[in-house]
Design a protein around this ligand. Structure first.
Ligand code: ZN
Length: 127
């Protein structure tokens, strides 16, 4: 039985979409400030080993400096989360927990509009 989800109203969805797009733009800005093109970074990540810590090309890549690399990884991860969230907004699954299917409260979505999980599942997945 599918749990009943307290659907976000259209105003809330609109506000969260705006937040996601603004977050995406500012994340892209910070990547640009680091001197990188997000698409080429994502491309090189996908082409290389999934093991970030032991990337054989790591030392030849421009973002070898650990601080920059960490910021960049965070930014790429955030963009992926935001893109996923925008996809869920489009296919109407947004606002439902990806793990348990329960609705994610608007307060939580306001704080983390990109989150795919409710508070309970997020705590379970990232203790
Ligand atoms: Zn959940």
């Amino acid at each position: 039985m599918t749990p009943t989800v307290a659907a976000l109203d259209s105003r809330q969805r609109g506000a969260l979409r705006k937040r996601l797009l603004a977050d995406r733009a500012s994340t892209l800005d910070s990547v640009a400030q680091l001197g990188f093109d997000i698409d080429s970074v994502r491309h090189s990540r996908r082409d290389s080993s999934t093991d970030d810590e032991h990337d054989p090309e790591g030392s030849t890549l421009a973002f070898e400096q650990s601080q920059t690399s960490a910021l960049l990884r965070q930014a790429v991860h955030r963009i992926d989360q935001i893109d996923d969230a925008l996809g869920r907004l489009d296919d109407d699954s947004y606002g439902s927990c990806a793990s348990c299917g329960r609705s994610i409260g608007y307060a939580r979505l306001s704080a983390r509009p990109y989150t795919p999980h409710c508070v309970t599942c997020a705590a379970r997945l990232n203790p």
